[in-house]
Design a protein around this ligand. Structure first.
Ligand SMILES: O=C1O[C@H]([C@@H](O)CO)C(O)=C1O
Length: 596
């Protein structure tokens, strides 16, 4: 499907069919797991389900994605890593060898719900111990729905060091057709990039006084960016890239008249982005693996952790190139536009030539209303509505605030700043290990009647906790994310919240303070989109609903790497007693040490 003729190095991740004996260790538990996965594949009605095995070596590598040399954490020597391509119902097996000399690793398969395999979610401290240097951990899971997803490290701030990539799941032959047509697809992975190492960033965040990470130096598209060296080059990108091939803007080739599906994922550490293809309209058709009632945009807002598919018809003058551009929105930008090139086959322009116009600068960074409009326009495709339950069993109201604890700036929910335990919840709860985490549940709500979300919080003190919310298995849960003013006056930022193990219905957005007596009546129960990541806009609220029907322990957190590190997250448990036998490979840390 993917055209790679004019693009940079194509990373291959040899999918192949293997017998169950070849795939996993010989342990009984592993064999049982495979049986249940194959059964799951059969249940999804996919006769031709295959097993796709990938062997990944995680190592350090010097890279220059924006023409500046930096140490990155790579997969088989590359950042981003290979795109995993699969068909709905396939079993994905990824043997991850940690070849980092002094650093642990864990990989999260973002958007894959891990039904029946909660230990494969890759969330260090929640579902597994980290993979130690020298060890290999094999993730095995089924991709049960077509769509565009991603993977990335979920250990400390390692995602920002380059360990990320995309997952594309196709509709199988004979499967339910998608409600749109296209000729070919392209994958676009958006990222932001710092020259300071992630270790320095994390140490800064944990220091007194805190050192904030600041705005990124570059924005990357498929792992390449544009920095001073390149942008100051004369007239063609090629002339710059002769000396800097690593940072050459990627080229997306199109055939005149054809329609392309651009599968776009954002794995940024901080930045909300506006993405556009100069001179071309984009029709949004998919969000986080769900079909959207199509709408047309010039600029697509995409928050960290989100994926979209847009359809683009190559209907412009083929004799010139066009920019693909990503720009920071929602924070005051301090980063040049991230760029790639759209080039027409058969046109008179050389594929790598710099387009004749300056790169688009994007919309005003602080135009929140513009972004809210896109959020509201993103509803389910009429033929693919999954109706939400009409009411919920429980509402958790989460006030997002910036706080101060022991001289450090932190983020908190209802005045509790999250810390990860050293023993993964999944093991602690399933095995009944005592004292592994705070068993007092965090607060369900805050004093909303008396709280002014537009004002600086009167008392910024908060506490830290690794407590979690236990949900009744099968119950319907509403979560309302309430944004507020930060520590400084007149400031509130966008936070993209990501839920592991589920998709949720996005029931509504609002400005100002959420009123539980008023706003639920305004919820969209007719055609809400389902997503796994959603933005809470500055000074606003976002309401979502999900069914707690996936046995396991699941993180729910701000996808801004620094913000989760600073405590902006919670954890849900549901039906942990229903989880099958845990693979021993997820243990070996905290209270799980010593083969409990
Ligand atoms: O968590 C954050 O800290 C900084 C700033 O508020 C303090 O330096 C910022 O912009 C964040 O998003």
């Amino acid at each position: 499907m993917q055209s790679s003729r004019l693009r940079g190095p194509t990373y291959h991740s040899s999918p192949s069919s293997h017998s169950s004996k070849q795939l996993v260790s010989r342990s009984m538990a592993a064999r049982r797991l495979l049986c249940s996965l194959f059964l799951a594949a059969a249940l999804f009605g996919v006769a031709s389900a295959a097993t796709r095995r990938h062997d990944w070596d995680i190592g350090y590598q010097f890279t220059s994605p924006d023409c500046v040399r930096k140490l990155a954490v790579t997969i088989n020597g590359h950042t981003p890593g290979p795109t995993i391509r699969a068909v709905q119902g396939d079993t994905i097996v990824v043997a991850v060898k940690n070849s980092l000399l002094t650093e642990n690793v864990a990989i999260h398969w973002h958007g894959i719900r891990q039904i029946g395999t909660p230990w494969a979610d890759g969330t260090e401290g929640v579902t597994q111990c980290p993979i130690l240097p020298g060890d290999t951990f094999t993730y095995t899971f089924v991709v049960d729905r077509p769509g565009t997803y991603m993977y990335h490290a979920h250990y400390g701030m390692q995602r920002s060091a380059g360990l990320n990539g995309m997952i594309v799941v196709e509709v199988p032959p004979g499967g339910q057709p998608e409600p749109f047509a296209y000729d070919k697809d392209h994958t676009v992975l958006l990222n932001d990039w710092w020259h300071k190492s992630t270790y320095e960033q994390a140490a800064g965040l944990a220091s007194v006084p805190m050192v904030w990470v600041g705005e990124p130096q570059s924005l990357l598209i498929n792992g390449r960016g544009r920095f001073v060296n390149c942008s100051s080059a004369p007239t063609t990108a090629a002339s710059c890239n002769v000396s800097h091939p690593d940072c050459a803007p990627p080229v997306f080739a199109v055939v005149p008249g054809k329609t392309y599906r651009f599968r776009i994922a954002s794995v940024t550490s901080l930045s909300a982005l506006s993405f556009e293809i100069e001179g071309h309209e984009m029709t949004v058709v998919e969000a986080d693996g769900h079909y959207v009632k199509p709408f047309v945009v010039k600029n697509l807002n995409i928050y960290s952790g989100e994926t979209y598919s847009v359809l683009v018809t190559a209907n412009q003058d083929p004799n010139r190139n066009y920019w693909l551009a990503s720009n920071v929105v929602s924070r005051k930008p301090g980063t040049p536009t991230g760029t790639a090139i759209l080039s027409y086959y058969g046109g008179r322009s050389s594929p790598r030539a710099r387009p004749p116009t300056p790169p688009p600068a994007g919309p005003a960074w602080n135009d929140t209303a513009y972004r809210v409009r896109q959020s509201l326009a993103t509803v389910a495709h009429p033929a693919h509505v999954v109706a939400p339950p009409v009411s919920s069993d429980r509402t958790i109201l989460l006030l997002n605030t910036q706080n101060k604890i022991d001289g450090r700036i932190k983020w908190a929910l209802n005045n509790v700043s999250f810390t990860l335990p050293h023993t993964p919840y999944l093991v602690a709860m399933k095995r009944g290990l005592l004292g592994a985490y705070d068993e007092r549940p965090p607060p369900e709500t805050y004093d909303h009647a008396g709280y002014d979300v537009y004002a600086v919080q009167k008392n910024p003190n908060a506490t830290t906790s690794d407590g979690l919310y236990r949900l009744r298995f099968g119950s319907v849960v509403d979560v309302v994310l309430q944004n507020a003013n930060m520590l400084g006056p007149n400031s509130s930022e966008t936070h993209p919240w990501h839920l592991h193990g589920h998709d949720f219905w996005v029931l509504g957005y609002g400005a100002g303070r959420f009123d539980p007596a008023v706003h639920p009546a305004t919820y969209n129960l007719k055609d809400p989109i389902m997503k796994n990541t959603v933005a809470v806009h500055p000074f606003g609220w976002t309401a979502l609903r999900f069914r707690a029907d996936n046995p396991g322990v699941w993180a729910f957190h701000c996808h801004i790497e620094a913000h989760f590190f600073m405590g902006m997250g919670v954890v849900f448990e549901e039906g942990v007693e229903r989880v099958g036998e845990l693979p021993p490979e997820i243990m070996g840390c905290g209270k799980t040490r010593g083969g409990h």
